[in-house]
Design a protein around this ligand. Structure first.
Ligand SMILES: C[S@@+](CC[C@H](N)C(=O)[O-])C[C@H]1O[C@@H](n2cnc3c(N)ncnc32)[C@H](O)[C@@H]1O
Length: 419
């Protein structure tokens, strides 16, 4: 557990959200990472932290504690008015927050935005004697009027998401949390110079790295998901081999059951990376199955990962990494997700439940009772339940249709390539 004010902040989250709540684990997880990011931040550097509305309240507190309240620069509202919203009984949620903090000697370049239509107004100049901006005057002492076609960007950034959500967009790579290139370009342009270094420690499909490459910055992207690394590798290669990623991939054969079990049951406080065992194991299982983990960990009907097939089917995966047995309600919830997805026209023909220990026989029977499904001439169980213990000790695997090649991480266990 970290010491001092960070410890107090994490304890505050534990107090309000519950000792074992996802928010408390997240606070510890992020707190530790922010400490390391601050450690490697250059004296001219800035840190931009993207938050979705579920956790921005606690991230602001952690940033104040780790980076320092006095280094806070802006709370940027990233507004995406082109987001499709269902018929929700509240205001449409069309923004995320980006917290901007910086070291005292930070680099900053103003960003100009075009105005909808040119605007004529009095010119303004900096007065050295008065130490402030004053009205610009001509040699005749009269105010000078100018026509402006652009303005300095403020802390509300309107950058639509269609470039990453529209299937027709050339920018879209299909990674579920992809961010628009324009967003990352703006950040990099504002806070760095060509040749500077950009680090994105949760880089997903590598938008920050792609923007950095485009703008002539050096970059390093890190992601725990092998799928993300794979997508990023292809993406950067398509930019003309801008970089060769260093990839480290673990396969099922890299894990021993005993050590997996031990780590999966480890409380966050004892874990080196601050992750509670269940969260660590969930992420590993998703990666090992070539599935995409649900990075939010909250909501989403309890779905922990999605497996995308070569034919655009989506298989919901629930991963239950705790000591106790799962029950029939857990299985029913998963069927409920599948039904709900199908109602939303998502092609979800089957589902998978992964437990830590072998499930009770009655649950296997229940899964088998859900019937079979034939996909492209192959027969699959509509619902499967399988444990990590069986996968690691008996080499059992779920029967899944071939994965979408974009998410296939390959058979290579370890691949080091440094350009
Ligand atoms: C919101 S996404 C980032 C999206 C990215 N900006 C993009 O444009 O694709 C968060 C990413 O963090 C990764 N992640 C989750 N836990 C991680 C960890 N412990 N270390 C590194 N990456 C992690 C997830 O795999 C996911 O790709």
């Amino acid at each position: 557990m970290p010491e001092g004010p960070l410890r107090n902040a994490i304890n505050a989250v534990r107090l309000v959200s519950g000792e074992t709540s996802p928010m408390a684990s997240y606070a510890l997880f992020m707190g530790r990472r922010l400490v390391e990011l601050h450690r490697v931040l250059k004296p001219t550097g800035s840190i931009y932290l993207h938050c979705d509305p579920t956790a921005n309240w606690l991230l602001r507190m952690l940033m104040n504690v780790v980076i320092g309240e006095r280094y806070f620069k802006n709370e940027i509202i990233w507004h995406f008015p082109d987001n499709f919203q269902g018929n929700v009984k509240r205001f449409a949620a069309n923004h995320n927050t980006i917290l901007f903090y910086a070291r005292p000697g930070f680099t900053f370049h103003k960003i100009m935005e075009p105005l909808d239509k040119p605007k004529r107004r009095g010119g303004r100049v900096w007065s050295k004697e008065l130490g402030k901006v004053v009205a610009e005057k001509g040699s005749d002492g009269k105010p000078v009027y100018r026509e402006y076609t652009e303005k300095k960007a403020d802390n509300v950034w309107t950058i639509g998401q269609s470039s990453v959500t529209n299937p027709q967009s050339s920018e879209r790579v299909g990674y579920p949390t992809q961010k628009p290139l324009a967003l990352l370009e703006r950040i990099i342009n504002a806070s760095s110079n060509p040749g500077d270094f950009v680090l994105d420690p949760f880089c997903g499909c590598g938008t920050a790295a792609d923007a950095a490459a485009k703008l002539g910055r050096q970059y390093l992207g890190i992601d725990v998901s092998a799928i993300a690394v794979r997508v990023m590798e292809q993406r950067l290669a398509s930019r003309g081999g801008a970089a060769t990623p260093v990839v480290y991939r673990m396969g099922w054969e890299d894990y021993e059951w005993d050590t997996f079990e031990q780590r999966a049951l480890q409380p966050a406080a004892d874990a080196e990376d601050g992750l509670p065992g269940w969260a660590w194991a969930e992420d590993k299982v998703a990666g090992l199955l070539n599935a995409v983990p649900n990075s939010k960990k909250i909501g989403d009907g309890g779905v922990d990962a999605r497996y995308f097939t070569e034919a655009d089917e989506v298989i919901p995966i629930q991963v239950k990494m705790h000591q106790g047995q799962i029950g029939r309600p857990d299985m029913q919830r998963l069927i409920g997700v599948q039904t709900e997805w199908q109602r939303q026209k998502i092609n979800a023909p089957m589902s998978l439940m992964v437990t830590l220990y072998p499930p009770r026989e009655s649950l296997r029977v229940y899964a088998a009772q859900q019937g079979r499904v034939v996909l492209r001439g192959d027969d699959y169980p509509r619902m499967q339940v399988l444990s990590v213990q069986e996968m690691l000790t008996k080499q059992e695997r779920p029967k899944l249709p071939p994965v979408d090649p974009r998410y296939f991480v390959g058979d290579t266990q370890t691949r080091f390539a440094i350009s």
